[in-house]
Every structure is written in structure tokens, then in C-alpha cells.
Design a protein around this ligand. Structure first.
Ligand code: CP
Length: 360
């Protein structure tokens, strides 16, 4: 069994490499339509034979570093478990507390708080690590923004992940930045394809804005859009006035529609978007000046996903963590249509597929 499983994994990985030889997984579009489909096949194989794959220790002796500038439950655990099951050493670094504070700007006089520059940190970590992974959210907290004029580019700030991409020689995974959470997107593709019986091509998928007290980044909803487009879905994006998704990123994702047959419809009507959907994917996100978010979101509680909205939909999805009875009611989250736990479980196999593709 083990030698035939090993050979099946090698064959599946070779198929990914036929379509994708890149060493950066930053927005999730890098492997393209065929490469992504092949990656999902590796993930399915890993998921079906996880314990046997673990015994094979296919990546024994290899090492990976995960550098986190922000907290995580799922991303950290699933990445470390995937690496460990494949036989790798995983090093977890919490930026600024288990590491030195880091600077990213070129030409900086470093006489402030930061003790280390990314120009050294990224290449040094690359000497120890066969793969690097970095999580860094944009700074959108009202207390970070201050009282001055709002710079809309702040919500699109990819400084950290871009700097690592520029200065790291090791393959690099984005574990969530301002505009992308590609591992979540890949896991969401696997979940949607499970719901659709192996594919969700042509199926209606609803992505709906939902209330949240904070102006969260758009990384997850934009990754859902990319996932839906790569899989050829009939995507309906529902958001209230003033909460539209990033125009430039939407246009980039839409450029894949022609090749996959995907369609994107935007609407202000969450009930119409949810009706008949294979999945209703809820997420809170901010748009515009974060200091105005709470006031703008306060009157939008009808966007909370409840049983009535789910009546004609098959499944409820959310990337987690989720605020109960704000984003979604207990009744839906604890009910039979909720697929959030298998959705979270799918993080491990897709991330293992990435590691196998780069290191096997
Ligand atoms: N979905 C997700 O990325 O969860 P964490 O923030 O807990 O990693």
C-alpha cells in the first residue's frame, strides 16, 4: 500500500508541476486554473490517506518557519500539523515578541524601536528554512489610524509580505495579508467542491457581507472571490452600499472568468444572493474610513445570516473565528447546514499539498 500511495502522490505532484513552477503563493492565483485543480487533487489524496501519508515521512529532514505578526488559531495549527505529518521541522515565530522588532522601509535610519531589517531577516530565515510562511495584517485599528486624514491605500498595505517576497530566497506562503488569504481560499475551493460532489463549476455561490464591530481587512472575501472564479462558480456577492470590495482586486479576479466560465454578480440584496446557493459564505469586512465603520455598520443588523436567509441554500460557510449572533445566528451555526468545521479541517490538506509540490 505505502509504495503505491507514495507513487500516487509523486504522480499527483508531478501534475501540479506541469502547470506551476512558481515559488510564491501570495494571492492564490499563481498556480492558475490547471495548477490549482491539480493541487486540490494532491490535497484530496493527502486527506484520504492522512495517517499512511504520515508514516511515509515524505519531507523528513526539511524545515519550515512560520512568522506571525498577528494571532492565529487555525492557520498556525494546520500549517504546523501538515508540516509535522510530512516529517518536517516547523519553527513558529511571533514577530516582535519571540523575534526582534522588524523594519521594512528602505534607507531607514534605524534609531527607533525596530532592531532588525527585513533585508537581513528574510535571507537569514531562508538559510534555515526550505519554506517560509508569513502572516501580517494591515493596521486598520482605529487607534492605529489616528486623527489625521484617512489614506485609502492603508487597507491595501502589503508591505510585509512584499518585502519577504523580495528578500527571501526560500519558497514563500502568504498566511494572510491585507488583500489575500490564499490558503483559506484553496481550502474553500476544496470545501465547495466537496459540497458540489467533486466540482462547483456553474453552481451558485453566495458571498455575503455581514455585520462586525471592526473594519476587518478584505483578505478573506477577496480570496473567496478568487476561489469561486478559479472553480468556475456562479458567484453572487452581496454587500450594503459603501461596503463594496476592492475594485482593482475584483477586476483581477474577473479576468479569469472567461477561462473558467465563472460569473460574478454584485447585489445589495442578501436574500436574493443566498436563495438557491450551494453555499452562503458570510464575512464581515471594512471599506472606506475605518473610523466611520462602527456607525455605518450599526444599522445593518438585518445582514446577520439567520435561518430565514438560509432557507433555500444548501450550506453555511465562514473562515472562522466568527462572532456568534452578529455575523450568523446560533441556530444556523449549530444547525445541519453549517459546514464550518470541515471547512476549517480542509486547511491542513491544501497546505500539505503546497509543501509536497515544492519539496517532494
Ligand atoms: N481562518 C483563519 O485563518 O483562522 P485563524 O485566523 O485562526 O488562523
Amino acid at each position: 500500500m505505502n509504495s503505491s500511495l507514495e507513487s500516487r502522490i509523486h504522480t499527483a505532484v508531478a501534475r501540479v508541476r506541469e502547470h506551476w513552477r512558481g515559488t510564491r503563493f501570495l494571492d492564490g492565483l499563481e498556480p492558475g486554473v490547471e495548477g490549482t485543480s491539480a493541487l486540490l487533487d494532491v490535497a484530496r489524496l493527502y486527506r484520504a490517506w492522512r495517517l499512511d501519508v504520515g508514516r511515509l515521512q515524505l519531507l523528513k529532514g526539511r524545515a519550515m518557519t512560520g512568522l506571525f505578526f498577528d494571532p492565529s488559531l487555525r492557520t498556525h495549527t494546520s500549517m504546523e500539523v501538515a508540516a509535522g505529518r510530512l516529517g518536517m521541522t516547523f519553527v513558529y515565530l511571533q514577530a516582535g515578541s519571540s523575534t526582534w522588532s522588524m523594519a521594512f522601509e528602505d534607507g531607514l535610519v534605524m534609531d527607533g524601536v525596530a532592531q532588525e531589517h527585513v533585508r537581513e531577516a528574510a535571507p537569514v530565515l531562508s538559510t534555515y528554512s526550505d519554506v517560509l510562511a508569513v502572516r501580517a495584517f494591515p493596521k486598520l485599528k482605529v487607534e492605529d489610524v489616528g486623527a489625521g486624514p484617512w489614506n485609502p491605500e492603508r487597507g491595501r498595505d502589503e508591505t510585509v509580505i512584499r518585502a519577504f517576497s523580495q528578500h527571501a530566497s526560500a519558497p514563500l506562503i502568504n498566511l494572510e495579508s491585507a488583500l489575500a488569504h490564499p490558503c483559506q481560499g484553496l481550502a474553500d475551493m476544496l470545501t465547495l467542491s466537496d459540497l458540489g460532489g467533486g466540482s462547483f463549476k456553474g453552481q451558485k455561490v453566495c458571498l455575503t457581507w455581514a455585520p462586525h464591530p471592526k473594519p476587518l481587512p478584505q483578505a478573506v472575501p477577496l480570496s473567496v472571490v478568487r476561489a469561486a472564479v478559479l472553480g468556475g462558480a456562479d458567484l453572487h456577492v452581496a454587500a450594503p452600499e459603501g461596503f463594496d470590495l476592492d475594485e482593482e482586486e475584483m477586476a483581477r479576479a474577473a479576468s479569469f472568468c472567461e477561462s473558467t466560465g465563472a460569473r460574478i454578480t454584485t447585489t445589495r440584496d442578501p436574500d436574493a444572493a443566498a436563495s438557491g446557493a450551494l453555499a452562503v459564505y458570510a464575512k464581515g469586512w471594512g471599506s472606506g474610513d475605518p473610523r466611520e465603520h462602527a456607525a455605518r455598520a450599526a444599522g445593518l443588523r438585518r445582514w446577520t445570516v439567520d435561518a430565514a436567509r438560509m432557507q433555500n441554500a444548501t450550506a453555511f460557510l465562514h473562515c472562522l473565528p466568527v462572532r456568534r449572533n452578529v455575523i450568523v445566528t446560533d441556530e444556523v451555526l449549530d444547525g445541519p447546514k453549517s459546514r464550518v468545521i470541515p471547512q476549517a479541517a480542509n486547511r491542513e490538506p491544501v497546505q500539505a499539498a503546497l509543501l509536497l509540490t515544492w519539496l517532494l
